[in-house]
Design a protein around this ligand. Structure first.
Ligand code: GLC
Length: 685
């Protein structure tokens, strides 16, 4: 009999339920209830896992209690939301997805894992893999964007980065892919609302990133708060047991979201904690995060024969097996050696990735790179270091972040700063000083957008314009610019519907939330030290009324035709997005040509690239497919690949991609984004 079986055979019910319980400490507040962690319950074995505790000292101390003072000496599993960095904060996942670079996605996860391990953590509740086409939903910031192919590549890279080759590696931590599944389709973009979709939609759009995470060996999965087609994910036997465990072969640990098991009562599917606990356990949920439903409800559920001890033992086995894979039994103190501040190496990575995540949405009149040295830096996000972390800044500290003001001054520019207005306030008394600053400058930089906590969890918005009185500030600056270049740096956790802002500016740089090295990364791109290469992984709506707007729609029987009134369109706004998926300008001037396909399975797809610009730059191209299937309509574009190349001025190259042989008639498209006008096409099959 192995170690785990021997342990289970000797455990009391309370000790078993302790291994199925994860309680929150208060180093971060990520849910509605925070109770102080009871050291006595750790000693008694009634708590076997914690979240929201980090730091070498605190984690080593609490682990010592579990290992040396409890009856069975079972180490604690310590988890935290290090979504895009721990002490060094990288760009938010939505921004990082826009690099379209799996090697970079893996590198930042590995760096985060190392800092988490130094902080004594064993698990991160990441990657967040919820595809979403609704920017009203604040959590679009945490995910890989609108497309499942990108989400799947993101999943593989992040799991590899966090988990390394073996979870026993000292710099490895367990990844917990979340939120299983379909959370990004909440009704009306409203947080925690119900989700409804066909099985086809589920399997084509929302499930693929989780399939990819399982194939990459993800150690844990977290079900979503939401119900899908009337069945709460936390009690969804079909999707957790039949699909995730049996069909996809997931053999890891399923951890509920925060307090979600108890919230089955709010869903109306359980009359008390015992029923809620039984539903979740039978569905396949192993750990109860922060609801006490398992500790208080499962003893009653056993008495009522709603569950069997074998169900509990199976869950305990999976939790102990994860602790064994993490080498916690052999060396419970291996992680948590020393508190780490951002190292020069991790800062260099954050600066490079931060610059590559920036998306140049517009650049006219050669506004960028900046030619001027005397800059008016206007707006509430110009000197806002803490906001640069985004809504899930982990253990990143504001004092470790570089603001735009600091970055520009360190780049040697002469900067006069005036906030003008606050992010969300009504006070416009600062506008006059802002205009005064503009009068004495050669170029004007407007740093506008959302506060970090206006996106992320519990942050849905029904309007997607600039908060507060920022648009008025921008309008006043545009009117007084007197021919000086006006560049907007736009901070947000989602695509914003800002057509007026875009039309008034000479250049617009979408910065999302770039992380610890924001100011340096932005200065590098604005001054031309780095050529922008980021692409938007989501379509930008012109108006909230367009949502969901995404490239993978099906054609319908009357696709838009400007010459025919009776075709699919709005009477008051253009059908197309403000900016299409994949859009992003560079400081180069790229031309694609000579699209060709070489036979084989997979097919080899090649396209030539030329840089006619005066600066080195990186081009990204996307490979789409339009498939024709008898009797079944298909999306007008399905993303099947992407590739990149950097070219010097007058440089030429070829990007080579592969494509599984499509079954039946198909047409392939290659281009710099998902706008049909920019695509080269070739019929195949
Ligand atoms: C939160 C989030 C989840 C997070 C968890 C722990 O409510 O939904 O993404 O991992 O609680 O902080």
């Amino acid at each position: 009999m192995g170690r785990i079986d021997r342990l289970i055979a000797g455990m009391t019910l309370s000790e078993k339920l302790g291994q199925l319980t994860m309680t929150a400490a208060d180093y971060a507040v990520t849910g509605p209830i925070v109770t102080p962690v009871s050291e006595n319950e750790i000693r008694s074995g009634a708590i076997g896992n914690l979240l929201n505790l980090y730091g070498a000292g605190p984690t080593q101390r609490i682990q010592k209690i579990a290992v040396e003072e409890s009856r069975l000496h079972i180490p604690l599993l310590l988890g935290f939301d290090a979504l895009h960095g721990q002490r060094t904060v990288f760009p938010i996942p939505l921004a990082e997805a826009g690099l379209f670079d799996p090697a970079s996605w893996e590198a930042t996860a590995r760096a985060a894992a190392g800092e988490c391990a130094d902080d004594g953590l064993h698990m991160t509740f990441a990657p967040m893999l919820d595809v979403s086409r609704d920017p009203r939903w604040g959590r679009v910031a945490e995910g890989p964007g609108e497309d499942p192919f990108v989400g799947s590549a993101f999943a593989r890279a992040k799991v590899r980065g966090f988990q390394s080759i073996s979870l026993a590696d000292v710099g490895a931590i367990a990844a917990c892919a979340k939120h299983f599944v379909g959370y990004g389709a909440v009704t009306a973009g409203r947080e925690y609302a119900a989700t409804d979709m066909s099985e086809d939609m589920l399997r084509e759009v929302y499930l693929p990133p989780f399939r990819a995470a399982v194939e990459a060996g993800v150690a844990a999965i977290m079900p979503a708060f939401t119900d899908l087609n009337g069945v709460p994910m936390t009690a969804n036997t079909h999707l957790i047991t039949d699909v995730l465990r049996k069909e996809l072969g997931f053999d890891g640990v399923v951890i509920s979201d925060y307090h979600a098991i108890a919230e089955l009562l709010n869903h109306g599917v359980a009359a008390d904690l015992a029923e809620a606990a039984a539903l979740a356990l039978k569905a396949g949920v192993d750990i109860d995060m922060m609801s006490d439903a398992y500790r208080l409800g499962l003893p009653v559920a056993l008495e009522r024969n709603l569950v069997a001890m074998a169900d509990i033992d199976a869950a305990v086995y999976r939790v102990l097996a994860l602790k064994e894979r993490l080498d916690l039994f052999q060396d419970p103190y291996r992680r948590g050696r020393a508190d780490t501040d951002p190292s020069a190496q991790s800062r260099a990575l954050a600066r490079a990735v931060g610059a590559r995540a920036l998306v140049l949405l517009k650049n006219e009149k050669n506004a960028l790179p900046l030619a001027a040295r005397k800059i008016a830096l206007i707006g509430p996000l110009a000197d806002a270091a803490g906001e640069m972390r985004g809504p899930w800044g982990g253990a990143g500290r504001p004092e470790d972040c570089v603001s735009v003001l600091q970055g520009l001054r360190e780049a040697g520019l002469e900067v006069r700063h005036a906030p003008g207005v606050t992010i969300d306030g009504d006070d416009v008394s600062g506008v006059a000083a802002a205009l005064d600053a503009c009068a004495n400058a050669d170029a004007i930089l407007l740093c506008l957008g959302e506060a970090a906590l206006m996106s992320g969890e519990a942050a849905s918005r029904a309007h997607l314009g600039l908060p507060g009185r920022q648009q008025e500030l921008a309008k006043a600056v545009f009117e007084k610019a007197a021919g000086k270049p006006v560049i907007v740096v736009l901070f947000s956790g989602r695509p914003l519907a800002v057509p007026e802002l875009v039309s008034g500016a000479d250049a617009v740089l979408a910065a999302w939330f770039p992380g610890s090295e924001a100011g340096h990364a932005i200065a590098d791109v604005l001054t031309g030290k780095v050529s922008p290469s980021g692409r938007t992984p989501v379509s930008w709506p012109r108006a909230v009324g367009q949502i969901p707007v995404f490239f993978g729609e099906r054609p319908g029987g009357r696709p838009f035709n400007p010459k025919d009134h009776f075709t699919s369109h709005y009477s008051d706004v253009d059908n197309t997005p403000l900016f299409p998926f994949g859009h992003g300008l560079t400081y180069g001037d790229f031309e694609l040509s000579n699209l060709r396909v070489e036979p084989g399975d997979p097919l080899t797809v090649k396209v030539d690239v030329a840089n006619h610009g005066a600066r080195e730059a990186e081009e990204t191209v996307f490979l789409f497919l339009n498939q024709k299937k008898p009797g079944v309509t298909r999306p007008v574009l399905e993303l099947k690949g992407f590739g990149k190349t950097s070219l010097a001025p007058s440089g030429r190259g070829t990007i080579t991609l592969t494509l599984p042989q499509p079954a039946g008639r198909a047409e392939l498209f290659v281009g710099p984004n998902a706008a049909f006008a920019s695509l080269l096409s070739l019929p195949i099959g």
